[in-house]
Design a protein. Sequence first.
Length: 309
Amino acid sequence: MTGITDTAVSRSDVAVAGGSLAVFELSDSAPAREAPAVLAVHGVTATSRAWRAVARALADRARLIAPDLRGRGASRTLPEPYGIRVHVADLTAVLDHFDLERTVLVGHSLGADLVARVAVDHPERVAAVVLIDGGLTIPGSENVDPQEFADALLGPALARLRMTFPSREAYHAWWRAHPALIGGQVDDQDLVVYADHDLVGEAPELHPTALEAAVRADAGELPERANAAGQLQVPATLLCAPRGLQNGPDPMQPLALAQAWAAEDPQRRQARLVEDVNHYTITLSARGATAVAGAIVEALAATGVQSRS
């Protein structure tokens, strides 16, 4: 398969409170490294490698600056506290490190909540946001205990964080059997790189990088997380998946909810459905990645964000 190999991904360690945040620049070709930079923020139990397919779909039209959030991936050793405000401070430090005075921010799931909050708190730094199946209230999360809701929504994902695996191949097999990934939409090399970046420890007790304490801290702020998208004063596009975390007909961001949000500010907001994807494959599959890349390119063009050359 052609495309990004992990050896071609460049890493930067960005100084943040308590240590360094691991940030990866994803680009599919040499010309892309001179293209406009976009900050890309992954979901609650994911890592920077969730963006491989999107980076490939962008080709030389944009380059992705993708951190591993605090408590995940290569940033798992950063200390507490976790939560929205700390993530926003970390992401702002990334913008400073890469001299991104004003650019497009894209976020998936929790990442959508975070980039929306960065845009609300620092609108002068954000040209536009692309929210991917996140940013608005999750159905069923209103007026309930956030941790109980997290257990109900993220049960299989939280269970994975407590599991150990005898080998990398065993973890690859676990992901291949995931209900959201069955069907071949996700390139197997992308899946392998995604899984490998999410493993630490030694065989036969390898385990996922994401810390349950970090996930639960972010889940505990569900009510605040949903507030930022409604306060946005920058151009914003929300892409919705019609299917949920386990590939069921329970979307994280129902299209009707997204359309109502867009109608509140139709000059700056738009909502779209990406057909035949779920909460995972909206970024991991070629179909989803193509839609995400298209929205990023549109945002760059509409806001006039330039390359660094």
